[in-house]
Unconditional design. Structure first.
Length: 139
């Protein structure tokens, strides 16, 4: 056996097997390193995202505060409250009419029912007049 034959028969196969194991080891090491780098990059992106969301929330909150303090918005909220009050009075009038219709009272009790209905109607008229900006009419 010559050196070339020993080299071809023994040394080349042994070196190729060793290089295969080394390349598999390097692939595992690179994969592990890439996974760790990806986790670190994700943590950085999460921190950046949280910071961006934080200042966006602050901008949105201040914008909502500014919009809520505008006279038009306040006027709209007041008008909505008046509408809800009118709806409540209307429901009260409906209940009073229903009670009078189903259980009419004679004499003083009937007069009390009638006065309660007149009072509710007067309050509703005053509320509706304030909503449209007119002065309430005497009834």
């Amino acid at each position: 056996m010559t050196i070339i034959e020993i080299f071809k028969d023994w040394l080349v196969p042994i070196l190729s097997i060793m290089l295969s194991f080394i390349s598999v080891g390097l692939a595992i090491w690179f994969a592990s390193s890439a996974k760790n780098d990806a986790q670190k990059a994700q943590m950085v992106l999460d921190n950046v995202n949280a910071a961006i969301e934080g200042w966006q929330k602050q901008i949105m909150a201040s914008t909502v505060g500014i919009l809520d303090s505008m006279p038009q918005v306040i006027e709209g909220k007041a008008a909505l409250a008046k509408v809800e009050a009118a709806q409540s009075l209307t429901n009260g009038i409906q209940d009073a009419i229903h009670q009078i219709a189903t259980n009419p009272q004679p004499g003083a009790a009937g007069h009390t029912q009638e006065e309660a209905l007149k009072t509710l109607t007067k309050q509703l008229n005053e509320l509706l007049a304030s909503m449209v900006g007119a002065s309430p009419q005497k009834t």
